[in-house]
Design a protein around this ligand. Sequence first.
Ligand SMILES: NC(=O)c1ccc[n+]([C@@H]2O[C@H](COP(=O)([O-])OP(=O)(O)OC[C@H]3O[C@@H](n4cnc5c(N)ncnc54)[C@H](OP(=O)(O)O)[C@@H]3O)[C@@H](O)[C@H]2O)c1
Length: 190
Amino acid sequence: MKTILIIGKSDLAKAIENKHARIPSPSHECATVGRPEYDFSKQEHCDRVLNDFPSPSVAINTLGTLTDNYWDSFVSNYVAPAYLTLKYYEQMSEGHIINISSASAWWPSYPGMHHSRFCYSVSKYTLSEFGKHFNRVTIDNDKNVTVTTIEPGAFKSKMSKQTGFDIGRVVDAIDIVMKTKSQHFSLIKE
Ligand SMILES: NC(=O)c1ccc[n+]([C@@H]2O[C@H](COP(=O)([O-])OP(=O)(O)OC[C@H]3O[C@@H](n4cnc5c(N)ncnc54)[C@H](OP(=O)(O)O)[C@@H]3O)[C@@H](O)[C@H]2O)c1
């Protein structure tokens, strides 16, 4: 049984679920976890999800927040995804962990930037840098677990009113990395 665990009840999570629910298969199931049951800014809730959903075939972290609560921004955009990645990597003997970072990681600071945007971007930058560690880890050991970072440009969602590109393209990018096991995928508007 292939199990896909989606972390964060995001609009992106809904789009992933919609696509995968259209593939009727007794051999695969998909679960999405987030608030109110799990608040990933709390370590005990991260530990609970690791216990409740152990060793999925694929874990897709879609957590993200753009907020004036700087503490929450660093914790939810970086600390929780990094912690879950490290713990799932230890747990899993094979599979795939996918972190949704952002194209804003490419340029985390610019003149006149609001602090909430800066905290979002720098936490995504850190998440992208964190992902690079696993390129080395994959070379250094035989464990068949891939860690991928995807950096999408703007798409319309609860978080972003920008039109950008269609959310379906981010779902397609996830499907591509699942097939190819590539470790880094940046997605920008044509
Ligand atoms: N939309 C864009 O333009 C864009 C561009 C690049 C990257 N991204 C990334 O794409 C991913 C999906 O975002 P989206 O655009 O689909 O926006 P979204 O619908 O706002 O999704 C973000 C989700 O993360 C959840 N979340 C944040 N902190 C959490 C916490 N501590 N515990 C539990 N859940 C938490 C939010 O839950 P609540 O609703 O309860 O707060 C929300 O469901 C995010 O990682 C985002 O940073 C988005």
